[in-house]
Design a binder for this molecule. Structure first.
Ligand code: HEC
Length: 120
């Protein structure tokens, strides 16, 4: 009888250890680090492509400069509001033409704000 208990003990221990090792493998998978949006790498290029020349003084723009970190940071709510409007709405930006920015570009401004409006 003792031998049977002993055998059970070994089997149970083996099962517990094999469970632990498979469990560990699952826990070792590391999540992909979330990349933060920054003014220099994500926002500036949009401004110099889509808000030029009006908001880019070096291109001859006379409107509020948005190739400028502090101005974009200060006006982020108004910017998100205006680029989210429909082209026929009053205050819609970018003004030129009637094309609305792609959703993925609008999302960059939204994410930049959510990420804490980093410069670099
Ligand atoms: C063709 C010129 C033109 C382009 C391109 C343009 N804007 Fe403007 N923007 C204007 C003018 C003119 C005004 C002032 C009139 C008004 O407030 O609607 C203005 C005003 C604004 C304001 C209000 C600023 C303030 O002084 O209070 C915001 C915010 C803005 N634009 C965002 C943008 C963004 C973001 C883009 C690019 C995605 C853009 N604009 C592209 C001409 C332009």
């Amino acid at each position: 009888m003792k031998r049977i208990y002993f055998a059970f003990g070994i089997v149970a221990t083996a099962l517990i250890f094999s469970y632990c090792s498979t469990h560990k493998k699952v826990a070792e998978v590391t999540p992909v680090a979330a990349v933060k949006t920054t003014f220099q790498s994500d926002i500036l290029s949009v401004v110099t492509t889509s808000c030029t020349p009006c908001h880019v003084p070096s291109a001859g723009g006379k409107k509020k400069p948005y190739d400028n970190f502090s101005n974009v940071k200060a006006d982020i709510d108004d910017i998100i509001h205006r680029i989210s409007l429909n082209p026929t709405d009053r205050g819609f930006m970018p003004m030129r033409g009637t094309e609305k920015l792609p959703d993925s570009v609008i999302a960059k401004f939204v994410k930049w704000k959510a990420d804490g409006m980093l410069e670099n």
